[in-house]
Design a protein around this ligand. Structure first.
Ligand code: NAP
Length: 285
């Protein structure tokens, strides 16, 4: 139940996607707005593919302050915007829109959120050898920010061609050579033997298939940092096995919360109450 007064001054933010029922963004952002005493409200909108243009017209027409953008719209929304942050342009995907007096600008805070998640755990990827599993949308954000930060990347993907495509894009955007490998036991073992950081940027391990992992536990070692961008469950099988092997584990929850915190800062111009946002998501997960 909404136990607050909605005034005429309220600013609306929201998230568009399909499906949208499972989004964590409303709990995270509404709690943050309330804590900061802001007259803002965050609402989820189910927007089908064919309704995307109308939804974006609606953002202008209704003067909605900002939007989160999730599957399936992160790429398709780009031509409907007025401006793009340079990193979002390179990645080719937008997960946050800011509306400044009718001018809609797209950002990618998945990328910045992932980097912040690492840094906040004391992990600096610059100059490190990083193995990224996956070459889908989330991997693109993660791989680009790692390349921009100066990590040496190996992208490993079930569909080898997609790994190659991603590596080519990274080379074109950042002039950094990136190795692309097809996912198999031998390639994984070879890549892991040189790695400082491993990132699972696939959906493997996500609820309800929580026993899934792409990495045989025997390849995990104490001097490895293991990040899983899957956040449901918070402690995936991969992270559990990493901890058991003595490795440092970074949860996808951290990336989720930091991408939200960066969005909050873009919409409000204020520093986000990150710890509170994290607590609220943990309650729901
Ligand atoms: P996506 O574009 O559909 O990509 C999925 C990736 O997973 C592809 O590389 C795919 O390989 C791989 N994959 C899927 N099933 C596999 C299997 N059984 N074996 C091997 N590889 C498999 O999805 P996405 O948008 O990148 O999302 C990936 C995950 O990231 C999701 O779990 C999502 O919830 C999570 N995510 C988390 C955050 C966060 O803030 N923590 C943000 C964004 C996304 P192929 O190319 O071979 O199909």
């Amino acid at each position: 139940m909404l136990n607050r007064v909605i005034s005429g001054k309220i600013k609306i933010c929201g998230i568009i996607g399909d499906p949208i029922e499972h989004t964590m963004s409303p709990v995270m952002h509404n709690a943050a707005f309330a804590r900061m005493g802001l007259d803002y409200l965050f609402v989820p909108f189910r927007v089908r593919k064919e309704g995307l243009r109308q939804a974006i017209d609606g953002v202008r027409g209704l003067n909605i302050r900002g939007l989160g953008v999730t599957i399936p719209h992160k790429v398709a929304v780009i031509p409907l915007l007025d401006e793009l942050d340079p990193l979002a342009e390179k990645i080719g995907a937008v997960n946050i829109i800011v509306n400044d007096d009718g001018v809609l600008k797209g950002y990618n805070t998945d990328a910045g959120g992932f980097l912040q998640a690492l840094l906040s755990r004391g992990v600096e990827p610059e100059g490190k050898n990083v193995v990224v599993l996956g070459a889908g949308g989330a991997s693109r954000a993660v791989s680009f920010i790692l390349a921009e930060r100066g990590a040496n990347l190996v992208v490993v993907n079930r569909t080898g061609d997609k790994a190659k495509e991603l590596a080519d894009r990274i080379l074109a955007s950042f002039h950094r050579e990136t190795q692309a490998l097809k996912l198999d036991g031998e390639n994984l073992a070879g890549a892991l033997s040189q790695a400082d950081i491993l990132v699972n940027a696939t959906s493997v391990g996500m609820s309800p298939n929580i026993d899934g992992t792409l990495l045989p536990a025997k390849l995990l070692k104490p001097d490895l940092v293991v990040c899983d961008i899957v956040y449901n469950p918070i402690r995936t099988r991969l992270l559990r096995e990493a901890e058991e092997a003595g490795a440092k584990a970074v949860s996808g929850l951290d990336m989720l919360v930091w991408q939200g915190a960066l969005a909050f800062e873009l919409w409000t111009g204020l520093k986000a109450p990150v710890a509170l946002m994290r607590e609220e998501v943990v309650k729901v997960l």
